[in-house]
Ligand binder design. Structure first.
Ligand SMILES: Cc1cc2nc3c(=O)[nH]c(=O)nc-3n(C[C@H](O)[C@H](O)[C@H](O)COP(=O)(O)OP(=O)(O)OC[C@H]3O[C@@H](n4cnc5c(N)ncnc54)[C@H](O)[C@@H]3O)c2cc1C
Length: 527
Protein backbone atom coordinates (compact mmCIF):
# COMPACT_ATOMS: atom_id res chain seq x y z
CA UNK A 1 0.00 0.00 0.00
CA UNK A 2 1.23 3.47 -0.74
CA UNK A 3 0.93 6.14 1.94
CA UNK A 4 -1.47 8.99 1.26
CA UNK A 5 0.36 12.12 0.23
CA UNK A 6 0.34 14.97 2.73
CA UNK A 7 0.27 17.68 0.09
CA UNK A 8 -3.30 18.52 1.07
CA UNK A 9 -6.23 18.79 -1.30
CA UNK A 10 -4.30 18.90 -4.56
CA UNK A 11 -2.92 15.39 -4.25
CA UNK A 12 -5.08 13.10 -2.21
CA UNK A 13 -3.22 9.88 -2.67
CA UNK A 14 -0.07 8.73 -4.39
CA UNK A 15 -1.94 6.09 -6.32
CA UNK A 16 -4.48 3.38 -5.72
CA UNK A 17 -2.92 0.03 -5.06
CA UNK A 18 -5.35 -1.08 -2.42
CA UNK A 19 -9.11 -0.62 -2.19
CA UNK A 20 -11.25 -1.22 0.88
CA UNK A 21 -14.99 -1.62 0.36
CA UNK A 22 -17.07 -1.26 3.50
CA UNK A 23 -20.34 -3.14 3.05
CA UNK A 24 -21.42 -6.34 1.34
CA UNK A 25 -24.95 -5.62 0.18
CA UNK A 26 -25.84 -5.49 -3.51
CA UNK A 27 -23.77 -2.29 -3.86
CA UNK A 28 -20.67 -3.62 -2.12
CA UNK A 29 -20.55 -6.79 -4.19
CA UNK A 30 -21.36 -4.94 -7.43
CA UNK A 31 -18.39 -2.66 -6.68
CA UNK A 32 -16.13 -5.55 -5.74
CA UNK A 33 -17.00 -7.51 -8.88
CA UNK A 34 -16.63 -4.53 -11.24
CA UNK A 35 -13.36 -3.32 -9.72
CA UNK A 36 -11.94 -6.85 -9.70
CA UNK A 37 -12.84 -7.06 -13.37
CA UNK A 38 -11.03 -3.86 -14.39
CA UNK A 39 -8.33 -3.04 -11.83
CA UNK A 40 -4.65 -3.77 -12.57
CA UNK A 41 -3.79 -7.30 -11.38
CA UNK A 42 -1.64 -6.14 -8.45
CA UNK A 43 -4.49 -4.07 -6.91
CA UNK A 44 -5.52 -5.45 -3.54
CA UNK A 45 -9.30 -5.38 -2.99
CA UNK A 46 -10.80 -6.09 0.42
CA UNK A 47 -14.50 -6.10 1.26
CA UNK A 48 -15.62 -6.00 4.86
CA UNK A 49 -19.17 -6.77 5.87
CA UNK A 50 -20.93 -7.58 9.08
CA UNK A 51 -23.46 -10.37 9.46
CA UNK A 52 -24.48 -8.69 12.69
CA UNK A 53 -25.64 -5.62 10.74
CA UNK A 54 -26.94 -7.57 7.73
CA UNK A 55 -28.07 -6.18 4.38
CA UNK A 56 -31.27 -4.40 3.47
CA UNK A 57 -32.17 -7.33 1.22
CA UNK A 58 -34.91 -5.66 -0.84
CA UNK A 59 -34.33 -4.40 -4.37
CA UNK A 60 -35.92 -6.91 -6.68
CA UNK A 61 -36.91 -4.83 -9.69
CA UNK A 62 -34.45 -3.31 -12.13
CA UNK A 63 -34.26 -1.30 -15.33
CA UNK A 64 -32.64 -2.32 -18.63
CA UNK A 65 -29.07 -0.98 -18.16
CA UNK A 66 -28.35 -3.76 -15.65
CA UNK A 67 -27.99 -5.95 -18.74
CA UNK A 68 -24.87 -3.91 -19.64
CA UNK A 69 -23.45 -4.30 -16.15
CA UNK A 70 -23.83 -8.08 -16.27
CA UNK A 71 -22.36 -8.11 -19.77
CA UNK A 72 -19.39 -6.07 -18.55
CA UNK A 73 -18.78 -8.78 -15.97
CA UNK A 74 -19.28 -11.46 -18.60
CA UNK A 75 -22.27 -13.06 -16.85
CA UNK A 76 -24.53 -15.17 -19.01
CA UNK A 77 -28.13 -13.91 -18.87
CA UNK A 78 -29.71 -17.34 -18.53
CA UNK A 79 -27.27 -18.42 -15.79
CA UNK A 80 -27.94 -15.17 -13.96
CA UNK A 81 -31.73 -15.62 -14.13
CA UNK A 82 -31.52 -19.28 -13.15
CA UNK A 83 -29.38 -18.51 -10.13
CA UNK A 84 -31.35 -15.44 -9.01
CA UNK A 85 -34.78 -16.95 -9.75
CA UNK A 86 -35.28 -14.05 -12.08
CA UNK A 87 -38.10 -13.15 -14.42
CA UNK A 88 -38.28 -10.60 -17.20
CA UNK A 89 -39.64 -7.12 -16.73
CA UNK A 90 -41.08 -5.11 -19.63
CA UNK A 91 -42.22 -2.11 -17.63
CA UNK A 92 -44.41 -1.04 -14.73
CA UNK A 93 -48.18 -1.00 -14.52
CA UNK A 94 -49.40 1.97 -12.49
CA UNK A 95 -52.80 1.51 -10.89
CA UNK A 96 -54.84 4.31 -9.27
CA UNK A 97 -52.12 6.94 -9.63
CA UNK A 98 -53.82 9.53 -11.81
CA UNK A 99 -57.24 8.83 -10.32
CA UNK A 100 -58.94 5.90 -8.63
CA UNK A 101 -59.86 3.16 -11.10
CA UNK A 102 -57.35 4.38 -13.71
CA UNK A 103 -54.32 2.40 -14.86
CA UNK A 104 -51.50 3.00 -17.31
CA UNK A 105 -48.30 1.26 -18.33
CA UNK A 106 -44.79 2.65 -18.40
CA UNK A 107 -43.08 0.33 -20.86
CA UNK A 108 -39.41 0.05 -21.76
CA UNK A 109 -38.56 0.50 -25.42
CA UNK A 110 -40.10 2.86 -27.90
CA UNK A 111 -43.44 4.07 -29.12
CA UNK A 112 -43.67 3.52 -32.87
CA UNK A 113 -40.72 4.93 -34.69
CA UNK A 114 -39.26 8.39 -34.43
CA UNK A 115 -38.23 9.85 -37.79
CA UNK A 116 -35.43 12.39 -38.34
CA UNK A 117 -38.15 15.08 -38.61
CA UNK A 118 -40.64 14.10 -35.91
CA UNK A 119 -40.95 12.23 -32.69
CA UNK A 120 -43.49 9.42 -33.24
CA UNK A 121 -45.80 10.69 -30.54
CA UNK A 122 -46.33 13.92 -32.50
CA UNK A 123 -47.94 11.86 -35.26
CA UNK A 124 -50.03 10.12 -32.64
CA UNK A 125 -51.11 13.46 -31.15
CA UNK A 126 -52.15 14.77 -34.54
CA UNK A 127 -54.13 11.65 -35.37
CA UNK A 128 -55.79 11.88 -31.97
CA UNK A 129 -56.77 15.47 -32.72
CA UNK A 130 -58.18 14.43 -36.10
CA UNK A 131 -60.07 11.57 -34.51
CA UNK A 132 -61.51 13.87 -31.81
CA UNK A 133 -62.72 16.20 -34.57
CA UNK A 134 -64.32 13.26 -36.42
CA UNK A 135 -61.87 13.50 -39.33
CA UNK A 136 -60.21 10.13 -38.71
CA UNK A 137 -61.65 6.73 -37.79
CA UNK A 138 -62.81 6.75 -34.15
CA UNK A 139 -60.70 3.70 -33.25
CA UNK A 140 -57.52 5.47 -34.36
CA UNK A 141 -55.04 6.20 -32.99
CA UNK A 142 -56.12 4.32 -29.83
CA UNK A 143 -53.92 4.28 -26.74
CA UNK A 144 -50.30 5.18 -27.37
CA UNK A 145 -49.28 2.00 -25.52
CA UNK A 146 -50.69 0.01 -28.48
CA UNK A 147 -47.64 1.20 -30.45
CA UNK A 148 -45.12 -0.07 -27.94
CA UNK A 149 -44.17 -3.74 -28.21
CA UNK A 150 -43.20 -4.08 -24.53
CA UNK A 151 -46.57 -2.71 -23.40
CA UNK A 152 -48.58 -4.98 -25.70
CA UNK A 153 -46.46 -8.07 -24.92
CA UNK A 154 -46.71 -7.37 -21.18
CA UNK A 155 -50.50 -7.21 -21.37
CA UNK A 156 -50.52 -10.56 -23.17
CA UNK A 157 -47.98 -12.11 -20.77
CA UNK A 158 -45.50 -12.70 -23.59
CA UNK A 159 -41.78 -12.24 -23.87
CA UNK A 160 -38.81 -12.49 -26.18
CA UNK A 161 -35.49 -10.67 -26.15
CA UNK A 162 -35.00 -8.17 -29.00
CA UNK A 163 -34.23 -9.69 -32.36
CA UNK A 164 -33.37 -8.40 -35.82
CA UNK A 165 -32.45 -4.88 -36.70
CA UNK A 166 -33.55 -2.05 -38.94
CA UNK A 167 -37.31 -1.99 -39.25
CA UNK A 168 -38.00 -5.24 -37.38
CA UNK A 169 -40.63 -4.53 -34.71
CA UNK A 170 -39.00 -7.15 -32.49
CA UNK A 171 -35.80 -5.12 -32.46
CA UNK A 172 -37.65 -2.53 -30.31
CA UNK A 173 -38.08 -4.95 -27.40
CA UNK A 174 -36.30 -3.85 -24.19
CA UNK A 175 -36.23 -5.71 -20.93
CA UNK A 176 -34.95 -5.67 -17.39
CA UNK A 177 -35.30 -8.20 -14.59
CA UNK A 178 -37.05 -9.04 -11.38
CA UNK A 179 -34.70 -11.07 -9.24
CA UNK A 180 -33.76 -12.20 -5.76
CA UNK A 181 -31.27 -9.56 -4.61
CA UNK A 182 -29.74 -11.82 -1.95
CA UNK A 183 -28.93 -14.43 -4.57
CA UNK A 184 -27.49 -11.78 -6.88
CA UNK A 185 -25.24 -10.66 -4.02
CA UNK A 186 -24.03 -14.24 -3.52
CA UNK A 187 -23.39 -14.65 -7.23
CA UNK A 188 -21.33 -11.45 -7.36
CA UNK A 189 -19.45 -12.45 -4.22
CA UNK A 190 -18.39 -15.72 -5.83
CA UNK A 191 -17.37 -13.83 -8.97
CA UNK A 192 -15.33 -11.29 -7.00
CA UNK A 193 -13.66 -13.84 -4.73
CA UNK A 194 -12.65 -15.90 -7.76
CA UNK A 195 -10.86 -12.78 -9.00
CA UNK A 196 -8.94 -12.19 -5.82
CA UNK A 197 -11.23 -10.04 -3.69
CA UNK A 198 -10.66 -10.77 0.00
CA UNK A 199 -13.81 -10.83 2.13
CA UNK A 200 -13.51 -10.00 5.80
CA UNK A 201 -16.33 -10.63 8.25
CA UNK A 202 -16.39 -8.03 10.98
CA UNK A 203 -17.87 -4.86 12.35
CA UNK A 204 -16.12 -1.60 11.48
CA UNK A 205 -15.86 0.37 14.70
CA UNK A 206 -13.29 3.08 13.97
CA UNK A 207 -12.09 5.07 11.01
CA UNK A 208 -8.55 6.49 11.12
CA UNK A 209 -7.89 9.64 9.12
CA UNK A 210 -4.72 11.48 8.26
CA UNK A 211 -4.27 14.15 10.94
CA UNK A 212 -3.47 16.91 8.44
CA UNK A 213 -5.66 16.42 5.40
CA UNK A 214 -8.28 14.01 6.58
CA UNK A 215 -7.93 11.24 4.01
CA UNK A 216 -8.97 7.86 5.37
CA UNK A 217 -5.99 5.68 6.21
CA UNK A 218 -7.65 2.62 7.67
CA UNK A 219 -10.73 1.18 9.34
CA UNK A 220 -10.51 -0.88 12.50
CA UNK A 221 -12.82 -3.77 13.21
CA UNK A 222 -14.24 -4.71 16.59
CA UNK A 223 -11.91 -7.73 16.65
CA UNK A 224 -8.97 -5.31 16.35
CA UNK A 225 -8.05 -6.06 12.74
CA UNK A 226 -6.94 -2.95 10.85
CA UNK A 227 -7.75 -2.64 7.14
CA UNK A 228 -5.58 -0.01 5.50
CA UNK A 229 -6.10 1.24 1.97
CA UNK A 230 -5.57 3.97 -0.60
CA UNK A 231 -9.21 4.24 -1.70
CA UNK A 232 -12.23 3.55 0.51
CA UNK A 233 -15.63 2.80 -0.95
CA UNK A 234 -18.51 3.35 1.40
CA UNK A 235 -21.20 0.76 0.67
CA UNK A 236 -22.43 0.64 4.25
CA UNK A 237 -26.04 1.37 3.29
CA UNK A 238 -28.12 3.96 5.10
CA UNK A 239 -25.49 4.12 7.88
CA UNK A 240 -23.14 6.02 5.52
CA UNK A 241 -20.35 5.06 7.89
CA UNK A 242 -17.46 6.67 6.05
CA UNK A 243 -18.93 9.41 3.88
CA UNK A 244 -20.99 10.90 6.68
CA UNK A 245 -19.37 9.53 9.81
CA UNK A 246 -15.76 10.25 8.86
CA UNK A 247 -15.87 12.66 5.95
CA UNK A 248 -18.84 14.74 7.14
CA UNK A 249 -20.59 14.95 3.78
CA UNK A 250 -24.02 16.30 4.60
CA UNK A 251 -27.34 15.01 3.29
CA UNK A 252 -29.47 16.83 0.73
CA UNK A 253 -32.95 15.99 1.93
CA UNK A 254 -35.78 15.69 -0.62
CA UNK A 255 -38.52 14.54 1.71
CA UNK A 256 -40.56 17.69 0.95
CA UNK A 257 -40.81 16.46 -2.66
CA UNK A 258 -41.02 12.77 -1.83
CA UNK A 259 -42.61 12.33 1.60
CA UNK A 260 -42.60 8.51 1.68
CA UNK A 261 -40.10 7.43 4.33
CA UNK A 262 -41.07 3.90 5.35
CA UNK A 263 -41.84 0.57 3.76
CA UNK A 264 -42.97 -2.88 4.75
CA UNK A 265 -41.81 -5.82 2.62
CA UNK A 266 -43.65 -9.14 2.47
CA UNK A 267 -42.69 -12.11 0.25
CA UNK A 268 -45.52 -14.46 -0.68
CA UNK A 269 -45.88 -17.63 -2.70
CA UNK A 270 -46.28 -17.00 -6.41
CA UNK A 271 -49.78 -17.23 -7.84
CA UNK A 272 -49.74 -18.68 -11.32
CA UNK A 273 -47.66 -17.56 -14.27
CA UNK A 274 -45.46 -14.58 -13.35
CA UNK A 275 -46.36 -11.35 -15.12
CA UNK A 276 -43.49 -9.82 -17.09
CA UNK A 277 -43.99 -6.49 -15.34
CA UNK A 278 -43.96 -4.82 -11.93
CA UNK A 279 -47.22 -3.47 -10.57
CA UNK A 280 -47.30 -0.28 -8.49
CA UNK A 281 -50.71 0.39 -6.96
CA UNK A 282 -51.28 3.76 -5.35
CA UNK A 283 -52.94 3.57 -1.95
CA UNK A 284 -54.13 5.90 0.78
CA UNK A 285 -50.72 7.27 1.84
CA UNK A 286 -48.26 5.66 -0.53
CA UNK A 287 -48.27 2.66 -2.83
CA UNK A 288 -47.89 -1.11 -2.98
CA UNK A 289 -45.44 -3.02 -5.13
CA UNK A 290 -45.89 -6.46 -6.62
CA UNK A 291 -42.83 -8.08 -8.18
CA UNK A 292 -43.24 -11.60 -9.59
CA UNK A 293 -40.17 -13.84 -9.33
CA UNK A 294 -39.89 -17.47 -10.41
CA UNK A 295 -40.51 -19.00 -6.99
CA UNK A 296 -42.32 -16.24 -5.12
CA UNK A 297 -43.80 -12.77 -5.33
CA UNK A 298 -42.19 -9.73 -3.71
CA UNK A 299 -44.78 -7.42 -2.16
CA UNK A 300 -44.33 -4.24 -0.26
CA UNK A 301 -45.95 -1.02 0.80
CA UNK A 302 -44.09 2.29 0.62
CA UNK A 303 -45.67 5.04 2.70
CA UNK A 304 -45.30 8.34 4.45
CA UNK A 305 -45.28 8.00 8.23
CA UNK A 306 -46.61 11.56 8.46
CA UNK A 307 -49.91 10.46 6.92
CA UNK A 308 -50.58 6.89 8.06
CA UNK A 309 -49.55 4.59 10.89
CA UNK A 310 -47.70 1.32 10.52
CA UNK A 311 -50.62 -0.77 11.76
CA UNK A 312 -52.91 0.36 8.97
CA UNK A 313 -50.20 -0.14 6.33
CA UNK A 314 -49.50 -3.61 7.65
CA UNK A 315 -53.17 -4.52 7.41
CA UNK A 316 -53.62 -3.12 3.90
CA UNK A 317 -50.45 -4.84 2.68
CA UNK A 318 -51.49 -8.24 3.99
CA UNK A 319 -55.04 -7.81 2.62
CA UNK A 320 -53.79 -6.76 -0.80
CA UNK A 321 -51.08 -9.40 -1.27
CA UNK A 322 -51.82 -12.55 -3.23
CA UNK A 323 -50.50 -15.96 -2.10
CA UNK A 324 -49.33 -17.22 1.28
CA UNK A 325 -46.84 -15.20 3.33
CA UNK A 326 -43.36 -16.74 3.26
CA UNK A 327 -41.93 -14.57 6.05
CA UNK A 328 -43.02 -12.00 8.58
CA UNK A 329 -43.63 -8.52 7.15
CA UNK A 330 -40.39 -6.54 7.45
CA UNK A 331 -40.51 -2.81 8.25
CA UNK A 332 -37.89 -0.53 6.70
CA UNK A 333 -37.07 3.15 7.13
CA UNK A 334 -35.44 5.45 4.64
CA UNK A 335 -34.83 9.04 3.74
CA UNK A 336 -35.01 10.37 0.21
CA UNK A 337 -32.06 12.46 -0.92
CA UNK A 338 -28.31 12.16 -1.42
CA UNK A 339 -24.91 13.08 -0.05
CA UNK A 340 -23.83 16.55 -1.14
CA UNK A 341 -20.45 15.03 -1.96
CA UNK A 342 -20.55 11.40 -3.07
CA UNK A 343 -16.75 11.44 -3.36
CA UNK A 344 -14.64 13.26 -0.79
CA UNK A 345 -10.84 12.96 -0.69
CA UNK A 346 -10.17 9.20 -0.94
CA UNK A 347 -13.69 8.06 -0.02
CA UNK A 348 -16.51 7.36 -2.50
CA UNK A 349 -20.04 6.52 -1.35
CA UNK A 350 -21.93 4.15 -3.60
CA UNK A 351 -25.41 2.68 -3.20
CA UNK A 352 -27.63 3.59 -0.27
CA UNK A 353 -24.64 5.20 1.48
CA UNK A 354 -24.63 7.78 -1.34
CA UNK A 355 -28.34 8.38 -1.53
CA UNK A 356 -31.77 6.91 -2.13
CA UNK A 357 -34.80 7.86 -4.10
CA UNK A 358 -37.77 5.79 -3.21
CA UNK A 359 -38.20 2.60 -5.24
CA UNK A 360 -41.13 3.58 -7.48
CA UNK A 361 -39.19 3.30 -10.75
CA UNK A 362 -36.63 0.70 -9.53
CA UNK A 363 -33.71 3.07 -9.93
CA UNK A 364 -31.56 2.41 -6.87
CA UNK A 365 -29.45 -0.46 -8.18
CA UNK A 366 -29.07 1.54 -11.37
CA UNK A 367 -27.72 4.54 -9.46
CA UNK A 368 -25.24 2.16 -7.83
CA UNK A 369 -24.28 1.02 -11.30
CA UNK A 370 -23.81 4.63 -12.43
CA UNK A 371 -21.66 5.33 -9.38
CA UNK A 372 -19.43 2.37 -10.21
CA UNK A 373 -19.28 3.14 -13.93
CA UNK A 374 -18.34 6.76 -13.35
CA UNK A 375 -15.75 5.77 -10.74
CA UNK A 376 -14.19 3.32 -13.15
CA UNK A 377 -14.12 6.01 -15.87
CA UNK A 378 -12.25 8.30 -13.45
CA UNK A 379 -10.28 5.52 -11.78
CA UNK A 380 -7.79 7.32 -9.51
CA UNK A 381 -4.94 4.97 -10.37
CA UNK A 382 -2.35 7.70 -9.93
CA UNK A 383 -4.12 9.58 -7.18
CA UNK A 384 -7.37 11.44 -6.62
CA UNK A 385 -7.59 14.54 -8.79
CA UNK A 386 -9.82 17.21 -7.20
CA UNK A 387 -11.12 18.33 -10.62
CA UNK A 388 -12.19 14.77 -11.37
CA UNK A 389 -13.78 14.43 -7.96
CA UNK A 390 -15.73 17.65 -8.56
CA UNK A 391 -16.86 16.33 -11.94
CA UNK A 392 -17.94 13.03 -10.41
CA UNK A 393 -19.97 14.82 -7.76
CA UNK A 394 -21.59 17.09 -10.33
CA UNK A 395 -22.70 14.33 -12.67
CA UNK A 396 -23.81 12.00 -9.89
CA UNK A 397 -25.88 14.81 -8.38
CA UNK A 398 -27.40 15.39 -11.77
CA UNK A 399 -28.19 11.66 -12.13
CA UNK A 400 -30.03 11.76 -8.81
CA UNK A 401 -31.85 15.00 -9.61
CA UNK A 402 -33.11 13.73 -12.95
CA UNK A 403 -34.43 10.54 -11.32
CA UNK A 404 -35.98 12.64 -8.53
CA UNK A 405 -37.88 14.78 -11.06
CA UNK A 406 -39.24 11.71 -12.79
CA UNK A 407 -40.46 10.16 -9.55
CA UNK A 408 -41.97 13.43 -8.31
CA UNK A 409 -43.99 13.60 -11.55
CA UNK A 410 -45.89 10.42 -10.57
CA UNK A 411 -47.09 12.06 -7.36
CA UNK A 412 -47.54 15.69 -8.32
CA UNK A 413 -49.53 15.10 -11.50
CA UNK A 414 -52.49 13.44 -9.87
CA UNK A 415 -56.19 14.21 -9.71
CA UNK A 416 -56.52 12.22 -6.50
CA UNK A 417 -57.66 14.23 -3.51
CA UNK A 418 -59.28 11.46 -1.49
CA UNK A 419 -56.73 11.53 1.36
CA UNK A 420 -54.50 14.13 3.02
CA UNK A 421 -51.46 12.44 1.45
CA UNK A 422 -52.74 12.85 -2.11
CA UNK A 423 -53.86 16.40 -1.43
CA UNK A 424 -50.34 17.20 -0.19
CA UNK A 425 -48.47 15.70 -3.14
CA UNK A 426 -50.95 17.06 -5.65
CA UNK A 427 -50.38 20.62 -4.40
CA UNK A 428 -46.74 20.57 -3.31
CA UNK A 429 -44.06 22.72 -4.87
CA UNK A 430 -42.10 20.78 -7.49
CA UNK A 431 -38.47 21.19 -8.66
CA UNK A 432 -38.02 23.98 -11.25
CA UNK A 433 -36.45 21.51 -13.66
CA UNK A 434 -39.59 19.38 -13.60
CA UNK A 435 -41.90 22.41 -13.83
CA UNK A 436 -40.06 23.53 -16.97
CA UNK A 437 -40.31 20.09 -18.54
CA UNK A 438 -44.04 19.98 -17.89
CA UNK A 439 -44.63 23.49 -19.22
CA UNK A 440 -42.82 22.67 -22.46
CA UNK A 441 -44.80 19.45 -22.84
CA UNK A 442 -48.10 21.16 -22.15
CA UNK A 443 -47.43 23.51 -25.07
CA UNK A 444 -47.04 21.32 -28.13
CA UNK A 445 -46.07 17.98 -26.65
CA UNK A 446 -42.31 18.38 -26.89
CA UNK A 447 -40.20 16.28 -24.55
CA UNK A 448 -36.77 17.83 -24.25
CA UNK A 449 -34.17 15.39 -22.91
CA UNK A 450 -31.99 16.81 -20.13
CA UNK A 451 -28.30 15.94 -19.96
CA UNK A 452 -27.71 12.91 -17.73
CA UNK A 453 -31.38 12.00 -17.94
CA UNK A 454 -31.68 8.30 -17.31
CA UNK A 455 -35.24 8.21 -18.58
CA UNK A 456 -35.78 8.57 -22.30
CA UNK A 457 -38.38 10.91 -23.79
CA UNK A 458 -40.51 7.78 -24.32
CA UNK A 459 -40.52 7.13 -20.56
CA UNK A 460 -41.40 10.74 -19.81
CA UNK A 461 -44.17 10.54 -22.36
CA UNK A 462 -45.58 7.34 -20.83
CA UNK A 463 -45.81 8.86 -17.37
CA UNK A 464 -46.90 12.35 -18.42
CA UNK A 465 -49.76 10.99 -20.53
CA UNK A 466 -50.54 8.33 -17.93
CA UNK A 467 -50.74 10.98 -15.23
CA UNK A 468 -53.12 13.06 -17.34
CA UNK A 469 -50.64 15.75 -18.42
CA UNK A 470 -51.96 16.48 -21.90
CA UNK A 471 -50.43 18.88 -24.40
CA UNK A 472 -52.66 21.66 -25.78
CA UNK A 473 -51.62 20.86 -29.32
CA UNK A 474 -48.93 19.10 -31.36
CA UNK A 475 -45.84 20.11 -33.33
CA UNK A 476 -47.06 22.16 -36.34
CA UNK A 477 -44.46 20.53 -38.63
CA UNK A 478 -46.43 17.28 -38.44
CA UNK A 479 -49.17 18.91 -40.56
CA UNK A 480 -46.89 18.31 -43.53
CA UNK A 481 -47.77 14.60 -43.42
CA UNK A 482 -50.85 13.98 -45.62
CA UNK A 483 -53.83 12.90 -43.54
CA UNK A 484 -54.50 9.75 -45.55
CA UNK A 485 -50.85 8.64 -45.22
CA UNK A 486 -50.98 9.25 -41.49
CA UNK A 487 -54.18 7.22 -41.02
CA UNK A 488 -52.92 4.39 -43.22
CA UNK A 489 -49.45 4.12 -41.66
CA UNK A 490 -50.59 4.38 -38.06
CA UNK A 491 -53.17 1.65 -38.64
CA UNK A 492 -50.53 -0.62 -40.16
CA UNK A 493 -48.05 0.04 -37.40
CA UNK A 494 -50.54 -0.68 -34.62
CA UNK A 495 -51.52 -3.91 -36.31
CA UNK A 496 -47.88 -4.96 -36.79
CA UNK A 497 -47.06 -4.34 -33.10
CA UNK A 498 -50.13 -6.34 -32.02
CA UNK A 499 -49.31 -9.26 -34.33
CA UNK A 500 -45.65 -9.33 -33.31
CA UNK A 501 -46.57 -9.40 -29.62
CA UNK A 502 -49.17 -12.14 -30.10
CA UNK A 503 -46.61 -14.35 -31.84
CA UNK A 504 -44.12 -14.24 -28.95
CA UNK A 505 -43.77 -17.12 -26.51
CA UNK A 506 -45.58 -16.91 -23.20
CA UNK A 507 -43.25 -15.37 -20.59
CA UNK A 508 -43.50 -18.47 -18.42
CA UNK A 509 -42.70 -20.79 -21.33
CA UNK A 510 -39.69 -18.71 -22.26
CA UNK A 511 -38.35 -18.98 -18.70
CA UNK A 512 -39.06 -22.72 -18.53
CA UNK A 513 -37.19 -23.20 -21.77
CA UNK A 514 -34.10 -21.09 -21.11
CA UNK A 515 -33.59 -20.09 -17.51
CA UNK A 516 -35.80 -21.90 -14.99
CA UNK A 517 -34.21 -22.23 -11.58
CA UNK A 518 -34.34 -25.58 -9.78
CA UNK A 519 -36.83 -24.40 -7.20
CA UNK A 520 -38.44 -21.82 -9.43
CA UNK A 521 -40.78 -22.24 -12.37
CA UNK A 522 -39.55 -25.72 -13.17
CA UNK A 523 -41.56 -27.16 -10.33
CA UNK A 524 -43.43 -24.45 -8.48
CA UNK A 525 -46.03 -23.29 -10.89
CA UNK A 526 -48.43 -25.16 -13.01
CA UNK A 527 -50.26 -21.93 -13.92
C1 LIG B 1 -38.35 -0.37 0.46
C2 LIG B 1 -37.22 -0.47 -0.54
C3 LIG B 1 -37.47 -1.08 -1.76
C4 LIG B 1 -36.44 -1.14 -2.72
N1 LIG B 1 -36.70 -1.67 -3.95
C5 LIG B 1 -35.76 -1.58 -4.91
C6 LIG B 1 -36.01 -2.03 -6.24
O1 LIG B 1 -37.07 -2.56 -6.55
N2 LIG B 1 -35.03 -1.88 -7.15
C7 LIG B 1 -33.82 -1.31 -6.85
O2 LIG B 1 -33.00 -1.13 -7.74
N3 LIG B 1 -33.54 -0.95 -5.60
C8 LIG B 1 -34.46 -1.05 -4.62
N4 LIG B 1 -34.17 -0.65 -3.36
C9 LIG B 1 -32.80 -0.25 -3.03
C10 LIG B 1 -31.93 -1.50 -2.86
O3 LIG B 1 -32.42 -2.28 -1.79
C11 LIG B 1 -30.49 -1.09 -2.60
O4 LIG B 1 -30.06 -0.24 -3.63
C12 LIG B 1 -29.59 -2.29 -2.62
O5 LIG B 1 -30.05 -3.30 -1.78
C13 LIG B 1 -28.19 -1.91 -2.23
O6 LIG B 1 -28.08 -1.63 -0.87
P1 LIG B 1 -26.63 -1.35 -0.28
O7 LIG B 1 -25.73 -2.46 -0.66
O8 LIG B 1 -26.23 0.02 -0.67
O9 LIG B 1 -26.89 -1.35 1.29
P2 LIG B 1 -27.18 -2.59 2.29
O10 LIG B 1 -27.86 -3.71 1.63
O11 LIG B 1 -27.84 -1.98 3.48
O12 LIG B 1 -25.74 -3.08 2.69
C14 LIG B 1 -24.96 -2.42 3.66
C15 LIG B 1 -23.76 -3.28 3.99
O13 LIG B 1 -22.92 -2.56 4.89
C16 LIG B 1 -22.55 -3.40 5.94
N5 LIG B 1 -22.26 -2.59 7.12
C17 LIG B 1 -22.98 -1.56 7.64
N6 LIG B 1 -22.39 -1.09 8.75
C18 LIG B 1 -21.27 -1.83 8.92
C19 LIG B 1 -20.23 -1.83 9.88
N7 LIG B 1 -20.22 -0.99 10.91
N8 LIG B 1 -19.23 -2.73 9.74
C20 LIG B 1 -19.23 -3.61 8.71
N9 LIG B 1 -20.16 -3.65 7.77
C21 LIG B 1 -21.18 -2.78 7.89
C22 LIG B 1 -23.73 -4.34 6.13
O14 LIG B 1 -23.33 -5.52 6.78
C23 LIG B 1 -24.09 -4.60 4.68
O15 LIG B 1 -23.27 -5.63 4.17
C24 LIG B 1 -35.16 -0.62 -2.39
C25 LIG B 1 -34.92 -0.07 -1.13
C26 LIG B 1 -35.94 0.02 -0.20
C27 LIG B 1 -35.66 0.65 1.12
Amino acid sequence: MSAPSDTGSTQLGAGVNSVVIVGGGTSGWMCAAAIARMAPPDTSITLVESEEVGVIGVGEATIPPLIEFNEFLGLDENDFLRECQGTFKLGIEFVDWFKLGDRYFHPFGFYGRDTPEFAFHQLWLRLKALSDEGEAPADLPGEISQYNLCAVAARLGRFSPPQGGGDAILSTMRHAYHFDAMRYGRMLRRYAEQRGVRRVEGLVERVEQHPDHGTIQSVTLRCGEVLAGDLFIDCSGFRSLLIEGAMGSDFVDWSHYLPCDRAIALPTTGSGAPDPFTRATADRAGWRWRIPLQARTGNGYVYSSAFVDEGEVHRRLVEGAEGEALADPRPLRFRTGHRRAFWKKNCVAIGLAGGFIEPLESTSIHLTQMGIQRLINLWPGRGCNPAEIAHYNRVMTSDYERVRDFIVLHYSATERDDTAFWRYVGNMEIPDTLAEKLEIFRGSGRVIPSPEDLFTPHSWLAVMLGQGVGPRTYDALVDRVPESTLIHNMGLLREAVGKTAAALPAHQDYIRRYCASDNGLRESSGG
